[in-house]
Design a protein around this ligand. Structure first.
Ligand code: FNR
Length: 184
């Protein structure tokens, strides 16, 4: 079984990013298991936590979960033309201790969304910059920028149009190909 972490850059209860992550998680084929991993419980990263015996329990649990997955799908809103601080914190937590990053070498994919027309381009590309440094081979095409994102769902929280589902299915298929390329 190949495991894929779903990470949302929004902590909001009714987050569209989280809804997108969960909907896209259902598009993976048999043999691929997705798990939504929370980031809101992580204390703000502080290098003092790296001293012996000082590691928050939330950090250890988060790192252990990420160590068990083969790949990561990020879905993020745009905050002030970048991705959210909560997501940056999670990326920083997972990147330490130095030399033990949970992200290293794991295939990734990025979706950005916004309620307006701009669709989180700034968030998407700032996140991609960080993933380069974290050594995460990332799906290049298709890029996924979801505009008018509040209108993508029906009342049960599922995607409400086949065009979006078909496009995201092709994105997932490309992600699966990338995962298989890197899986030993
Ligand atoms: C925003 N929003 C926003 N939208 C956008 O398209 N570009 C931006 O730069 C910003 N900046 C921004 C900053 C802050 C602090 C907040 C709280 C919001 C709006 C944002 O796209 C909207 O709240 C999203 O719907 C949030 O996604 P979730 O929470 O539904 O996943």
């Amino acid at each position: 079984m190949v495991k894929i972490a779903l990470i949302s850059g929004s902590l909001r209860k009714d987050s569209v990013s989280t809804k997108i992550a969960k909907n896209v998680g259902e598009l993976f084929p048999t043999g691929y298991e997705t798990e939504f991993i929370e980031i809101g419980q992580l204390p703000l990263f502080n290098e003092d936590y790296e001293q012996e015996g000082n590691t928050p329990a939330e950090y250890t649990a988060f790192r252990n979960k990420l160590n068990e997955v083969d790949a990561v799908l990020f879905v993020t809103p745009e905050y002030n033309r970048s991705f959210s601080g909560a997501l940056k914190n999670a990326l920083d937590v997972g990147s330490r201790p130095y030399g033990q990053s949970v992200w290293n070498g794991k295939p990734a994919a990025v979706i950005s969304q916004s309620p307006g027309n701009l669709s989180g381009f700034g968030a998407n590309h700032h996140l991609r910059q960080v993933l380069v440094f974290l050594n995460m081979p990332t799906v290049q095409q298709p890029e996924v920028y979801l505009a008018n994102s509040f209108e993508l769902f029906d009342e049960s929280g599922k995607f409400n149009n086949q065009g979006t589902i078909d496009f995201l299915q092709s994105f997932v298929n490309t992600f699966v190909d990338l995962i298989n390329k890197y899986k030993g």
